[in-house]
Unconditional design. Structure first.
Length: 304
C-alpha cells in the first residue's frame, strides 16, 4: 500500500518587544529570557485552554546554540467527532477511556537571535495565540507582540509611516474551523453579517476622503492589523489587509499588504494516525532547512 503524505503550511512570525534605544546588554537579556522560556525546560509548563481542549508543549531542544526546535499539541477533549462502524453501517462514539482526547501536533523552529518563530499552521491544531498564552502564563517575560514576517520589512514601514490614507480588508468565512473572537469594534458585527447572509467573504474599503491632510485612526488600524495577522487558521481569516501609507520621508503614498506579502513554506511528512517523535523530528528538520535558506534576508530585515 502506497504511503500517504500530508503537506502543512509554515508561517513566520517575530516576537516584538519594545527595545528602542535599549542598551546592548538589555537586548541580550531579553533574547535570553525568551529562549529559556521557549525551551519549555523539562516540559513542565501549565497547559492552557483552547477551544474544545487544551494546548501544551511536548518537545523542545536546542539546535546549534542559536536555534530551538520543538512542538506543541492541541488535545481536543470535547465535541469529539464520531467514528464510522463499517460492519454495522452506523456512526458510533469514539472510546477515549484512559486518554484526554484527540491530539494534534504542530512543530516549530525558533531563532533566538532574531526572535523569529517558524511554526506549522494546522486546523485543528495549536494556534499562534495559544503559543503566546503558553509563554505569558508560564513565564515572567517582558510585554510582547507578534508580527508577521514579510518578504520585506513592510510592518516596520507601516508603523513608521506618516499615516494611513486608505484601508482595504478581506475576511473569509470558513466552515469546520475554530472561531477567533475580536474585541475590536465592528469586526464581530462584520463577520456576523457574512454568516447571516451565507456569504463566503466580505471585502471592505475605507478611505480618509479627499483631504490629503486627513488620515485614518492609526491606533485602531494597528489593533485591526494585529488581529488580521493572528487570524490565520480561524473561521473568519483575514486574507487581505492593504493599507495606503504616506511615507514619512518622501510624503508619497505607498500601498502595503500586510497579509499577502507574508512569507511561507510547505513541509511534507508521512500521514500517520499517531503523534510520533520521529515525525516531529522530521518536521523540525524540514522547517530548519527552509529557515536557513531564508536566514540571510531575515538577518538583514529583522535583526534586533
Amino acid at each position: 500500500m502506497a504511503k500517504k503524505y500530508k503537506k502543512t503550511k509554515i508561517n513566520y512570525y517575530q516576537i516584538k518587544v519594545n527595545l528602542k534605544n535599549a542598551p546592548t546588554q538589555k537586548i541580550k537579556d531579553v533574547k535570553s529570557k525568551f529562549k529559556k522560556a521557549i525551551s519549555f525546560k523539562n516540559l513542565k509548563v501549565q497547559f492552557i485552554d483552547q477551544g474544545d481542549g487544551t494546548v501544551s508543549a511536548i518537545e523542545s531542544r536546542e539546535i546549534n546554540v542559536r536555534y530551538l526546535g520543538g512542538a506543541l499539541v492541541y488535545t481536543q477533549e470535547k465535541n469529539i467527532p464520531p467514528k464510522w462502524n463499517q460492519e454495522n453501517k452506523k456512526l458510533e462514539a469514539i472510546n477515549i477511556n484512559g486518554f484526554n482526547g484527540l491530539g494534534y501536533d504542530a512543530a516549530f523552529f525558533y531563532d533566538s537571535e532574531n526572535m523569529i518563530i517558524a511554526i506549522e499552521s494546522k486546523v485543528p491544531g495549536p494556534t499562534l495565540e495559544s503559543f503566546c498564552n503558553l509563554l505569558r502564563q508560564n513565564f515572567n517575560l517582558p510585554s510582547f507582540e507578534i508580527i508577521v514576517v514579510t518578504s520585506t520589512n513592510d510592518y516596520e514601514k507601516f508603523l513608521n509611516s506618516k499615516g494611513v490614507r486608505n484601508l482595504e480588508i478581506k475576511m473569509l468565512s470558513l466552515d469546520n474551523v475554530p472561531e477567533k473572537k475580536s474585541r475590536i469594534k465592528g469586526v464581530m458585527e462584520t463577520k456576523d453579517l457574512v454568516d447571516t447572509i451565507d456569504g463566503s467573504y466580505i471585502d471592505v474599503k475605507i478611505a480618509a476622503g479627499t483631504d490629503r491632510n486627513k488620515f485614518l485612526n492609526f491606533k485602531a488600524i494597528k489593533q485591526l492589523a494585529n488581529f488580521a495577522i493572528s487570524s490565520v487558521g480561524f473561521k473568519h481569516e483575514v486574507t487581505k489587509f492593504k493599507v495606503d501609507i504616506v511615507d514619512l520621508d518622501s510624503g508619497k503614498i505607498e500601498p502595503i499588504d500586510l497579509i499577502t506579502n507574508r512569507i511561507s513554506d510547505y513541509i511534507q511528512v508521512e500521514q500517520v494516525t499517531t503523534i510520533t517523535k520521529f515525525s516531529i523530528k522530521e518536521k523540525i528538520t524540514q522547517i530548519e532547512g527552509f529557515y536557513l535558506k531564508r536566514k540571510p534576508k531575515l538577518d538583514e530585515a529583522y535583526r534586533l
